[in-house]
Write a protein that binds this ligand. Structure first.
Ligand code: SF4
Ligand code: SF4
Length: 297
């Protein structure tokens, strides 16, 4: 099984739209939507959920007001300022301490040092992940709770499950819609992948982001390719991005023209290559041919 991860320097470059088209063109594929902070591959592929799983990214503290003597030790020790002396009163104190669940980073220090045993430290419920069927193949995806984090751990879970499904279903390719940027989720998206496709756009920030993202792929020793989406909005910058990519050893494998049909296809819940009149569909087919050739290298 080989694994192709589609990433971008930032959100909004058309990464998921490209991923959906590659998924539609691929045969024998498992998909993973690892852009868990802004998951939207499901909007096009309309997954039918066959299995749901809870996701816990770590533990959170919670003070049991009935046992708290309001000694203030936990408030003093919490380095994340997540404990406040404004909890409900009890027989010992007018006000007890209370943990702000959003601010709590789950370090566990308060739990360890509370002499009264008044603090629970339980796995947090941070969201759900799913195994689904789609018209393009099985898909693993997730939904984080509001303001929830630790998406790097969730990304790792999704990729591991996608590989397991590929192995048991004799599928020879996994296509991963990776996280944008260069933070923890994108590192979790690409480590150990066979090939990374960077989707960029012809803007100065696209040029700048390409440098940052390729530093990451180089650091992890992963072969990277680049394609310029909406290249005809600024042909000079598209040229410059491709020149810059070649200069750092990244092959430019495709240009996708600006196409108003992208939005129409999205409204109809179709990948661009499934939408009959889309001119950019030709560009995506050419891109897929190039990517397949590199996957076979
Ligand atoms: S350390 Fe325990 S008893 Fe003291 S304020 Fe915190 S929760 Fe209450
Ligand atoms: S677990 Fe850590 S971050 Fe959370 S309230 Fe306790 S000390 Fe603060």
């Amino acid at each position: 099984m080989t694994e192709l991860v589609v990433i971008s320097g930032k959100g909004g470059t058309g990464k998921t739209s490209v991923t959906a088209s590659l998924a539609a063109l691929a045969k024998s594929v498992v998909l993973a939507d690892c852009d868990v902070d802004a998951a939207d591959l499901h909007l096009v592929l309309e997954p039918s959920i066959v299995r749901r799983n809870r996701f816990s990214g770590g533990s959170r503290a919670r003070i049991e007001p009935g046992h708290c003597t309001a000694c203030g030790k936990c408030e003093e020790l919490c380095r994340f300022d997540a404990i406040f002396h404004d909890g409900p009163g009890n027989g010992h104190a007018e006000r007890t301490c209370r943990v702000d669940p959003i601010a709590c980073e789950g370090c566990g220090v308060c739990f360890r040092f509370c002499a009264e045993g008044a603090i629970d430290f339980m796995p947090a419920d941070n969201g759900e992940w799913f195994v689904s069927d789609t018209r393009c193949g099985p898909m693993v995806h997730a939904k984080l709770g509001i303001a929830e984090e630790n998406s790097g751990k969730l990304v790792s879970i999704l990729r591991t499950e996608a590989k397991r499904i590929a192995a048991t279903g004799n599928l020879d390719l996994a296509i991963v819609d990776g996280s944008p940027g260069i933070g923890c989720p994108v590192i979790a998206s690409i480590t150990g992948a066979d090939l990374v496709l960077i989707v960029t756009e012809p803007t100065l920030s696209g040029l700048h982001d390409l440098g940052r993202v390729t530093q990451l792929t180089k650091h992890f020793g992963i072969q990277a390719l680049v394609c310029v989406n909406k290249w005809d909005l600024n042909a000079d910058l598209a040229d410059e991005i491709e020149r810059s990519a070649r200069g750092i050893g990244v092959e430019a494998v495709g240009r996708i023209r600006y196409d108003r049909s992208v939005t129409e296809a999205q409204i109809k819940k179709q990948a661009l290559v499934e939408y009959s009149t889309a001119a950019a569909g030709e560009d995506l087919r050419s891109l897929w041919t190039c990517v397949c050739a590199r996957l076979g290298d």
